[in-house]
Ligand binder design. Sequence first.
Ligand code: PLP
Length: 377
Amino acid sequence: TWKSERVIASRQGPHLRLAGGGAGILNFCANNYLGLSSHPEVIRAAVEALEKFGAGLSSVRFICGTQSIHKDLEEKIARFHQREDAILYASCFDANAGIFEALLTAEDAVLSDELNHASIIDGIRLCKANKYRYKHMDMQDLEAKLQDAQKHRLRLVATDGAFSMDGDIAPLREICQLAQKYDALVFIDECHATGFLGPNGRGTDELLGVMDKVTIINSTLGKALGGAAGGYTTGPKPLIDLLRQRSRPYLFSNSLPPAVVGCASKALDLLMESNAIAQSMAAKTQRFRSKMMAAGFTISGKDHPICPVMLGDARLAAVMAEDMLNRGIYVIGFSYPVVPKGKARIRVQISAVHSDEDIDRCVEAFTEVGRKHRALP
Ligand code: PLP
């Protein structure tokens, strides 16, 4: 389980050059869902922000670290999600670390999906609320826990919108119905949804028609929205006001650098102008999933650009990923403890900037490697 890091000698994108040789590597393991990490307009916006607003603020926001671009980006994020206000963080990890402690007391309860991202788990650890962990996407279990949690002052259900290891999507309609029934708030982490899920890329809440029912959204600027860095919370204005006063990663960490703000701001402009990029990614996802299933592979999740190729055996996932790289395709195998024992997989991530030929080359390589290692008949 010791992780090693491959060194990339080019920009992030569908085609990479690896340090020490390998050029023309096809990349299928970035969260660069919309291909905006190296989009020329995103890069230009970063350069302009860098020149106009400098390298950084050398300050936290409330001392002397707030520039007009930070306020503009927060306003844009809130408008994108159709929420009242937004607050920026250095990362979504920080946004998740900062929200539960600021919002919940020992009199409250938080109910969390067992497969939530590590940063949600850590954020919940930091708060004093009573903690309930419900079985992954299991609405019966959530209801039982909500019933038990009626004794507490306030209830917050916390879930990833889309789960990064399985590419599955939280049943938000049912979660929101239960939340209504048991007087709970709903929090979603939209890192693997913002920018591309739903008809206009607003995320899981738009996809499932519950934009007016989810109270709090945390998400990242480090994946589909330009891929630089940064995270945010968006939701009701009083909550955002409270976070500015109380959220520790916001209060005690540096402002986002202007170049990073410039990238995210331009990415949001591009997405609000047109949903063409998100639609192109959806079509490529469909192409990959259907061709892989036709070849005989099991792909977990549904309609999500995270396409886990389920293999079961940890060693098989590792050797197949290695063999894929030998064929010029960069994918990563995941095994225990990152995923449950016996559920090892290779996670493939589709991007809008993959061409149909890229997708087909990946499927062909998987088929060859799968046959060689007897993952396919
Ligand atoms: N939440 C989820 C579901 C994630 O996948 C990630 C990143 O891997 C994060 C939060 C953290 O985001 P960031 O990279 O902005 O800290």
